[in-house]
Every structure is written in C-alpha cells, then in structure tokens.
Design a protein around this ligand. Structure first.
Ligand SMILES: [Mn+2]
Length: 259
C-alpha cells in the first residue's frame, strides 16, 4: 500500500427498502461518502446486501440505484479496485457487476493481505452454529434450477414475490438484533474462533449482523462487524497499519460495540 492510502469496508445498504423515498436519501449519503473516500482509497470493499433485493435477468437488471451504480463505475474507471461480496439479499448476481462495472463479485468469504496484515472478509450469512432454517433456504436460493425457474417468472411477479420475502425476512430478524448477545452467543464470534484454529488472520470482517462490533479475540485478532447504512452509517478503514471501525456521523459513535 502506498503511504497515505487507505482501505475501506462497508456493507448492508439495503437499497430499495423500506420505500423509494427513504432509500434514495440513504443512497445519496452513500454516494457522497464514496466520493469523499475516493481521494485516499487504495481499495474499497462492499460486503453484501447492497440491495434489499437484486436479481439479474439474462438481459435486464432491476430499475433504480443509478446514482450508486454510476459512482461505482466512476471509481473503478479511475483505477481504484472495488470488491463486492454478495449478501443474503443480493446473491442473485450473474456478470453485470463484472462486465459493466469491472467489479469482482465474491460468493464466499475470501482472504486478502495488505501490508502483512491478513484479512478474512465475507458477508457472514449462514456461518457459525445454528440458523438451520436459513442454511436450508440458502441451498434453495443458490440452486441453479431454482434460480432458473425464478427467472422465467414475469419480473412483476418474481420481483413482487422477492420483495415480499425480503421484507418478511427482515421482520423475522429485525429489532432484536440491535443488542450484543455476548461472546458465547454471537454466532460470528464462534465462527471466527473456529477459523482462527486453522489459520491466523488479523481481521475477520463481516456484515449481515446490522450491529457494528469491534471484538478483540484471544491472540489479538479482531472480529469486525460493519454494522449497516440504515441506522449506523458505519465503516472500517485500514490505514496500512491500524484498522478502525467508525461511523460517518460522530453522534452515532457510542452505538459501536467495542470489546
Ligand atoms: Mn443485511
């Protein structure tokens, strides 16, 4: 990494939700933030659930989000690499991001190394113990035949069904998520501990939890949860030496769980 350059991580914008007007307010905030970090970004990671629902038909993509998509194109065109990890709300990506935006798309967690620091990055859904209902659903969602069947539905039906399910899933996992369950009960902490038994990482960075968490594990590795851009506007920034989890809006700083 060049001195003065930084690596940014953010996730869980859920654009499209809960309605067009409030999504647009968030989208503009995200675009403004991206424009600002462009000045010193070496790499940008967007770690899933960019959209509340996304499905790429063979020749058509969902309408909307032009400000964000345009900004992403501008960033990669200017030579700043951007990595995207699919989340549980936007895993139905094919090759639009790669072809149109020059953004690699990851469907599984992936390792990176910068300045001798090891990062393990992923959205975080379906990892760790429990959540068997979702793990089964994920198999169906990821199944090529199921995806093909969904794709032959007329979009007004497919998108309608998907938006309904997407909202229902948030209803199920919603409000209770805003408190920290403790080291033993946070399933991504359990997952991180298992990962660290096999290999050392300095930072294990996830989204999905919708609660910003900076948790130091035994041995000094840190589990970072990126929070979201709905309630927290949080992001992690690596300056080449240190990683910091912070928020765009200082008044939200005390919402970050640090342990
Ligand atoms: Mn999410």
């Amino acid at each position: 990494m060049n001195p003065g350059k930084k690596i940014y991580f953010l996730s869980d914008f859920h654009l499209g939700s809960p309605d067009h007007a409030s999504s647009l307010v968030r989208e503009k905030r995200i675009v403004e933030f991206l424009e600002e970090i462009r000045k010193d970004a070496a790499v940008i990671f967007i770690v899933g659930d960019m959209f509340d629902f996304w499905y790429e038909y063979r020749t058509v993509v969902p309408r909307g989000y032009v400000r964000l998509l345009g900004k992403l194109a501008e960033i990669t065109d200017s030579g700043i690499p951007l990595h995207f990890f699919v989340g549980n709300h936007d895993m139905w990506m094919k090759d639009y991001f790669q072809k149109e935006l020059n953004i690699p798309v990851y469907f599984e967690p992936h390792a990176f190394e910068f300045n001798n620091k090891k990062f393990w990055v992923g959205h975080g859904d379906g990892l760790g113990p429990g959540d068997h209902g979702y793990k089964m659903m994920k198999k169906i969602f990821r199944n090529p035949i199921c995806q093909w069947l969904f794709g032959i539905l007329p979009p007004y039906m497919g998108m309608g069904l998907a938006n309904y399910l997407s909202r229902r899933s948030r209803h199920v996992t919603g409000a209770a998520d805003d408190k920290f369950y403790g080291e033993e009960n946070e399933w991504l902490i359990t997952y991180c501990k298992d990962m660290l038994k096999q290999q050392h990482y300095d930072y294990l960075v996830f989204g999905h939890r919708h609660l910003p968490i900076d948790f130091t594990l035994k041995g000094g590795s840190r589990y970072i949860n990126l929070g979201d851009w709905i309630r927290y506007y949080t992001y992690a920034v690596f300056d080449g030496d240190q990683l910091t989890l912070t928020t765009r809006y200082p008044e939200l700083e005390n919402k970050i769980v640090r342990h």
